[in-house]
Design a protein around this ligand. Structure first.
Ligand SMILES: Nc1ncnc2c1ncn2[C@@H]1O[C@H](COP(=O)(O)OP(=O)(O)O)[C@@H](O)[C@H]1O
Ligand SMILES: [Mg+2]
Length: 271
């Protein structure tokens, strides 16, 4: 189970994305990015954050630590923004926290170069979970202490919005043409060889076990949270083996900015 902390101070909202996460301080002296159960996208976004975050971590990708975080909406009472007030009021109880990486910069392909191996592993992972939210328009990656970190896995696992058809999820193609790492010649074949054997039903079950019961309870068509956990494992496990055959890396959409010049990436040494 994820560690549990209690929010003691609401610091500020983060407005870059759409879901208005907030920075909070907790009783373990940690600072977290809090993702609210009361946000418009609902609890499935948080389920996806936990399952994908824990899976990515176990596949050797960098994801900030996740925690269960308790919120008493009273801590936001001096927050002037009405939208934030509403969000806090509707999110009393259990929420998701992600370790805040202080001073992290948003990934910028013109300023940070990613090797084909790492790019391949990230593209392959995004294909596995059907992540539609790591495009060059909205990379959802941070650079911290010189390394690339993955955040924001809420827009993944779309099969959980239609469980009766989830069996077909294994076959779904993944178009990575607009992926933020597409310009870095991602070595998807090498990633598949390395990662596919790791994505076993056992590993997936271990990740699904991290999802709090509260966000799986009363899911229509399921008798218990554990049944829902098993359904995630069943949907993802058969996808890994031949996934790389269904990843497309074609032409990006026309308005993608061009790559950085060599002098910036350090590729060609100045004479
Ligand atoms: N762990 C973190 N450490 C530092 N900054 C973060 C962290 N998580 C998110 N952020 C910042 O907050 C923004 C919004 O977070 P994100 O998870 O992408 O939420 P949204 O669903 O709103 O897109 C990110 O683009 C990033 O700038
Ligand atoms: Mg985001």
């Amino acid at each position: 189970m994820l560690p549990e902390v209690t929010a003691i101070r609401y610091v500020t909202p983060l407005r870059e994305g759409g879901s208005l996460p907030g920075i909070v301080e907790a009783d373990d002296l940690g600072t977290y990015v809090m993702k609210f159960t009361g946000a418009g996208q609902g609890r499935k976004t948080l389920v996806a954050e936990v399952l994908c975050g824990e899976l990515a971590r176990r596949l050797g990708l960098r994801v900030p630590d996740l925690v269960r975080i308790w919120l008493d909406p009273v801590i936001g009472r001096s927050e002037p923004d009405e939208e934030v007030q509403e969000l806090l009021k509707s999110s009393g109880g259990l929420n998701l926290g992600m370790d805040f990486l202080p001073g992290a910069l948003g990934f910028d392909p013109l300023a940070y170069e990613v090797g084909p191996e790492e790019a391949g592993r990230i593209v392959w992972f995004d294909a596995l979970v059907g992540n539609v939210d790591r495009s060059w328009r909205n990379p959802n990656m941070l650079v911290w202490h010189g390394d690339l970190w993955l955040i924001d896995h809420g827009a993944t696992l779309i099969f959980h919005h239609n469980w009766p058809a989830a069996g077909k999820a294994a076959e779904r193609p993944y178009d990575a043409s607009d992926h933020a790492l597409a310009p870095f010649a991602p070595d998807v074949a090498a990633a598949a060889e390395q990662l596919a054997p790791l994505v076993t039903p056992g590993l997936l079950a271990e990740c699904a076990a991290q999802i709090p019961d509260e966000w799986l309870a009363d899911e229509p068509g399921f008798a218990s949270p554990d049944e829902v956990r098993a359904a995630y494992t069943e949907a993802l496990a058969p996808r890994a083996a031949t996934l790389h055959e269904r990843i497309t890396l074609g032409e990006p959409s026309k308005d993608r900015p061009s790559q950085a010049p060599g002098w910036l990436t350090g590729k060609d040494e100045a004479k």
